[in-house]
Design a protein around this ligand. Structure first.
Ligand SMILES: [Zn+2]
Length: 853
């Protein structure tokens, strides 16, 4: 039996009493009674909110408990994280609204559909409020405040809350990043003393690499809302598109010495596709947060930092969809209490600020309900009117050599409730053919017009030169597909309702001689590993050859001789069927090795591929997100086992078992000792391959392991005197936060096997510009003379980028050291350049030494 609990509230000062035990009265507003049948957080999780960091399992228990106890709450599991934790969604509204929730949802959706929303009366409609916490798992005040918010929404009594719940449907997402949250709560709880240590040097306040910010594969989920490559994001986006909320809030933390931030961000850095009215409404909402924080004596700032430019962030994603996204940032105690320039920041203090702004959000939404609903309706009307005036009527995209990447881009679009069609017939535009069966048409005359524009646009002029995140993300360039803006609407085929992954085909009967398949397909690296992992001997063509009917096979084509294998023919057949059906690749049966138009199958132009054994360096000094992107690619996309090799283990253990060591982007020193450097040198000399990215090249260059000379950066101040007050602005403008550049590539180089166009887009988010190698064959990838395709770069950096080298190979004894200045696997959506990394893994060891830098 649960004790009857009536909590009467007194606001107490808690901010500087680091050892005081918190209780509910510290958090909850005065004068409110709470329904005794609704369990308090402590009665379920076993400790008071803020006393410990709640773990995800206990958080889940609490959410189930209030779902069971309250007729205001309905819980569903929307998906599971990589580590199998449930992703919860609580729909919270009045019991009366729950009875007709589907009707409310349908009516609400009509606001974002100009063909339906005209007659709907917004006076009596509830607003939809999506509230979620701690997408960065180590920004824990949000998720812990979520316990209080859930309790308040479910248990608070009186006309005020009843009125709010009559007028609002709350979509409550208690933890945006369960895996990261669990990692962080484990860290701080297991280091908590009875007498709290507030010393910033304490281990409690200094998480080990990679920290709890990221998800399982060390991705920043707050950059994944647009492309949704992770299960956490795709579940969230499904909820978002199912409901299309009016306001979405996103509770974060920032540095311990800061105060509290609520949006708007810097107005000049708002994305131009976001209407000005969005800023106005955000400011109005902000006034409610200010009042709530004033009342409890908390300091804050707004409009001075953060921005709303990249639509992949949670607080910006809604802005291009008729909603208002709100970012909150609380100075972090990063643990249970920590010293700061503002005194001791306690965990309960941070939780309380997050809780009161969750309540002020609800209050603002209620006061502004009609304005928000009307704004959403007007947003979609305006979008459709703009679409009508747009000279572009549709986009078509496809990849003639690889249906898979086009499929994955279509997948991103349909997930965001964009209507995508097949063309009714092949389209030929600017010399490229878009095949009816593997291309997609996106008409602009649809409700998601603005979101579509944001995905396809290229932009090179900006109001401001500072970006909180990337400045460009043109999706067809990222996915490496051909695309075209169409000035007239083509004839549309079927609308895509059930997107199917493409499958390949077998050409020719069973053969006892040989099979071949091209490497242009996205999953060709997976197909290669299927064969290698089963011990099947395969070779790669370094020259073109032909098939009886005249089909040309390019460099990079894979040859599977049938004879002389340890595997039986039926076992090889089984793998080939998997390659066709799961990897979407066409496999050709050959009955003869002779064709005078090209090399024969027995030629030495076919080079054996060895099974790689790969380690990725991880640990302090290595960028966790860059390491995570490579891990995610190899593990989830290509099914290739990898060792995540900590630098301290590299220091002490032998490495002869590996063929390939990948050094992801580093932040300078990785603490690699002289003796380990020599270990790497002799391992490479004996035939190992090192693949380095971004600033790892500086380390490799300085270590004498590879020749990757950076272009010298000139004095970027031009020696001119400038006002002191401009320092932040000027230095910020020199950052290349993420833009898209075009490079000229040598398609005959093994690093480019599987590609068919001589110019390729690359993503760059650093200021590392490499000198070209001296040799005739040593610059397989070089930025063009005018490489900027989309995004921001300062004019000083742009001068360095032009004609700089993106990739190079150094020879060290029998081994190779291959360097790339840029990220080839950015955030799991830059599919276009993934294969270059895979080529470095498979073919790096056999790159001709004449191509060295
Ligand atoms: Zn954050």
């Amino acid at each position: 039996m649960r004790d009857v609990l009536l909590v009467l509230i007194v606001v107490t000062s808690f901010a500087i009493q680091s050892n005081a035990q918190p209780d509910l009265s510290y958090y909850l507003p005065e004068g409110i009674t709470f329904h005794p049948n609704i369990p308090t957080p402590k009665s379920v999780i076993g400790h008071e909110v803020g006393e410990w960091h709640v773990t995800h399992d206990r958080l889940v228990n609490y959410m189930y408990a209030i779902d069971k106890a309250s007729d205001r709450v309905s819980l569903e599991v929307t998906g599971h994280t990589h580590e199998g934790r449930p992703l919860l969604l609580l729909t919270i509204t009045s019991p009366k609204n729950h009875e007709r929730i589907e009707e409310i949802r349908q009516q609400h959706l009509s606001l974002s559909d100009p063909t339906k929303g005209g007659s709907v009366d917004t006076k009596s409609m509830p607003a939809v409020f999506y509230i979620g916490f701690s997408i960065h798992g180590n920004e824990a005040s949000g998720v812990n405040a979520g316990l209080l918010a859930a309790y308040y929404f479910a248990a608070a009594q009186g006309p005020e809350i009843e009125n709010y719940l009559n007028n609002t449907v709350i979509l409550f997402d208690p933890s945006y990043n369960p895996d990261g949250m669990q990692r962080f709560s484990g860290w701080v709880n297991s280091r908590k003393s009875i007498v709290t240590s507030t010393d910033p040097n304490d281990t409690e306040h200094n998480e080990a690499w990679p920290g709890g910010r990221f998800n399982h594969y060390w991705f920043d989920l707050n950059r994944d809302w647009l492309v949704a490559q992770h299960p956490e994001s795709s579940a969230r986006v499904r909820t978002f598109q199912r409901w299309r909320p009016n306001v979405l809030t996103d509770h974060h933390e920032m540095g311990t010495n800061s105060s509290f931030f609520f949006q708007p961000g810097v107005p000049a850095r708002m994305h131009p596709l976001t209407p000005a009215k969005n800023l106005e409404l955000t400011k109005q909402i902000g006034a409610y947060h200010a009042k709530a924080l004033d009342e409890i004596g908390s300091f804050y700032f707004t409009q001075e930092g953060y921005d709303d430019f990249y639509y992949g962030k949670g607080s910006t994603f809604p802005d291009v969809q008729g909603a208002i996204g709100i970012l909150f940032e609380q100075a972090s105690s990063r643990g249970h209490a920590q010293e700061s320039i503002n005194g001791i920041v306690t965990f309960p203090f941070t939780i309380r600020n997050q809780f009161v702004t969750a309540l002020s959000s609800l209050k603002a939404i209620n006061a502004m309900r009609e304005d928000l609903l009307n704004y959403q309706r007007q947003f979609y009307r305006d979008a459709l009117a703009e679409a009508g005036k747009d000279a572009t009527k549709a986009y078509v995209f496809g990849a003639s050599q690889d249906a898979m990447r086009a499929f994955h881009l279509a997948e991103v679009m349909t997930r965001q409730a964009i209507d995508v069609y097949k063309p009714s017939a092949n389209l030929t535009l600017n010399g490229k053919t878009y095949a009816a069966n593997s291309s997609y048409v996106v008409p602009l005359n649809q409700r998601q017009y603005k979101l579509i524009k944001s995905m396809f646009e290229k932009r090179t002029s900006f109001k401001d030169s500072l970006f909180y995140d990337i400045s460009s993300w043109t999706l067809p360039l990222a996915f490496g597909v051909d695309y075209e803006e169409l000035r007239t609407m083509p004839s549309l085929g079927e609308k895509i309702s059930d997107l199917r992954m493409p499958v390949g085909k077998r050409v020719g009967d069973k053969s006892e001689y040989a099979y071949v398949f091209g490497s242009s397909g996205y999953y060709a690296p997976r197909a290669i590993y299927r064969l290698l992992s089963q011990g099947v001997r395969i070779k790669v063509a370094s020259d073109p050859f032909y098939h009886g009917d005249g089909t040309r096979f390019e460099r990079g084509t894979i040859l599977i001789p049938v004879g002389g294998q340890e595997k039986q023919m039926d076992q090889i057949e089984f793998i080939i069927n998997e390659i066709v059906n799961k990897d979407g690749i066409d496999v050709y049966a050959f009955k003869t090795g002779l064709d005078y138009r090209g090399v024969s199958l027995g030629s030495s132009s076919f080079i054996p591929i060895k099974k790689p054994v790969i380690a990725i360096l991880v640990g302090d000094g290595v960028s966790a997100t860059d390491a995570g992107e490579i891990w995610h690619l190899l593990d989830t996309r290509f099914g290739i086992p990898v060792t995540l090799l900590p630098i301290n283990v590299l220091e002490k253990n032998p490495i002869s078992r590996y063929t390939t060591i990948i050094m992801p982007a580093t932040s300078g020193s990785m603490g690699i000792s002289e003796s380990t450097k020599e270990k790497l040198r002799s391992w490479t000399q004996q035939g190992g391959t090192i693949i380095g990215f971004e600033h790892a090249l500086t380390w490799l260059n300085n270590a004498g392991l590879g020749k990757f000379e950076a272009k010298k950066e000139d004095d970027k101040t031009d020696g001119k005197p400038r006002p002191y007050g401009d320092i932040d602005e000027y230095t910020g403008a020199q950052e290349t936060s993420g833009a898209i550049f075009e490079a000229q590539v040598d398609l005959t180089n093994p690093l480019l096997y599987g590609y068919s166009t001589q110019k390729l887009p690359f993503f760059k988010s650093n200021n590392l510009f490499m000198e070209k190698g001296k040799g005739a064959y040593s610059n397989p990838i070089v930025y063009t003379a005018t490489p900027l395709l989309s995004g921001y770069i300062s004019k000083e950096n742009y001068a360095l980028a032009k004609q700089s080298s993106v990739a190079g190979v150094s020879v060290l004894g029998q081994g190779r050291v291959i360097g790339f200045t840029d990220n080839l696997c950015f955030r799991a959506f830059w599919l276009g350049t993934n294969k270059i990394l895979m080529n470095a893994i498979y073919y790096g060891p056999s790159i001709n030494s004449a191509a060295a830098r």
